[in-house]
Design a protein around this ligand. Structure first.
Ligand code: ATP
Ligand code: MG
Length: 332
């Protein structure tokens, strides 16, 4: 049996460099061996954007464009819109019985995000329970592997716990998924924050034109202790150098810049200029493919509809098994 991948993204905005190194690269590589489903998670996006549902439709399209731009092949990977698979909602309701509030409270990513979004006093139940809905996303597709960034590891762990409970209590229907973290587990933001994130305003987007990328690089956070270019600087924890390590293939150039930076022999502008060049080499072909698909919106829509149709068929099959296992597959 060919193994499956399920992973996805929230259509809260187009995708960025963090997605690329955290998860997209792995998807491009693995779509050759795995039956791949990519969930465009609009229902999850609503859990913290419920006041702005109008953002979703355009961003579903943008995320699909980003998939195509990085080389995801729609003949191998299915793009599935979450809200168009209502079986996911049903499974989520059943899973809710298998999770305690104490488990949710301990989820470190959820805790961080609740703080970040200022939900401490007014926590919507929908947001609080999104790890359960994410467990449905993964398991309804019977995914073996979930390529994700590091922040998602607690979600995969939650899904594994639910699967173990379900299989023990009802019947062995579901598959315990494994996470696969990308080349970079967590790309920092341009602001020096721990994670580049769409909701954090610290991103370089895959579709950004060169002048925008340049502006974002030039305004990047560097070493706050360094006032003049002649001051010795810190390379570790400096996102400009983290990006150099990830995106600049010229290792000798990076080593030389680091050495001069530590000694106070190079200015931020030169380091950033070289980073911009390296990033542009990565982004140029992505941008070109993105523009090509953007000019054929009908084709992109077809890809989404077709992927969702195939994804829903898998979800319906799993749900039939789930209902039988739970003895709620009534005859009347
Ligand atoms: P939001 O702020 O709306 O939550 P996000 O940038 O966190 O957006 P998601 O759609 O939540 O993006 O995440 C999609 C996938 O990309 C997840 O697997 C996540 O772990 C991964 N990812 C997101 N940001 C990064 C990052 N900075 N480094 C590595 N992986 C990332
Ligand atoms: Mg996120």
């Amino acid at each position: 049996m060919i193994k499956r991948i399920l992973t996805g993204d929230r259509p809260t905005s187009p995708l960025h460099l963090g997605h690329y190194v955290g998860s997209l690269q792995n998807r491009v590589r693995l779509q050759e061996e795995y039956d791949t489903y990519l969930l465009i998670a609009d229902v999850q996006a609503l859990t913290d954007n419920f006041e702005h549902p109008e953002k979703l439709e355009a961003n579903i399209f943008e995320v699909a464009l980003d998939y195509l731009a990085v080389g995801i092949d729609p003949n191998k990977s299915k793009f599935v819109v979450q809200s168009m698979v209502p079986e996911l909602t049903e499974l989520t309701i059943y899973f809710m019985n298998l999770v305690t509030t104490a488990t949710l409270e301990r989820n470190p990513t959820l805790k961080d995000e609740i703080k970040q979004k200022n939900f401490i006093k007014n926590l919507p139940v929908g947001f609080y329970t999104y790890p359960i809905s994410q467990a449905s996303d993964i398991t309804i597709f019977k995914a073996h592997l979930v390529p994700v960034g590091e922040d998602q590891l607690p979600m995969i762990e939650q899904a594994r716990e639910i699967v173990r409970r379900f299989n023990r209590m009802y019947d062995k229907v579901l598959i315990e998924p494994k996470a696969l973290v990308g080349e970079v587990a967590r790309l920092p933001g341009t602001d020096g924050g721990a994670k580049m994130g769409k909701s954090l305003g610290n991103c370089i987007y895959l579709g950004d034109p060169p002048d925008v990328v340049r502006k974002r690089v030039m305004s990047m956070y560097t070493d706050p202790t360094r006032v003049h270019p002649t001051d010795p600087g810190h390379v570790e924890g400096n996102p400009v150098f983290t990006y150099h390590d990830v995106f600049n293939p010229d290792k000798a150039e990076v080593e030389d810049l680091k050495e001069r930076y530590r000694k106070g022999k190079v200015g931020d502008v030169e380091v950033k200029e070289k980073l911009f060049k390296a990033l542009n080499v990565v982004l140029e072909p992505i941008r070109a493919r993105r523009e090509r698909f953007a000019s054929k919106p009908e084709r992109v829509r077809e890809i989404i509809v077709e992927g969702t149709r195939k994804g829903r068929a898998v979800a319906q099959e799993t749900m039939a098994e789930v209902r039988t296992a739970m003895k709620i597959s009534y005859k009347f």
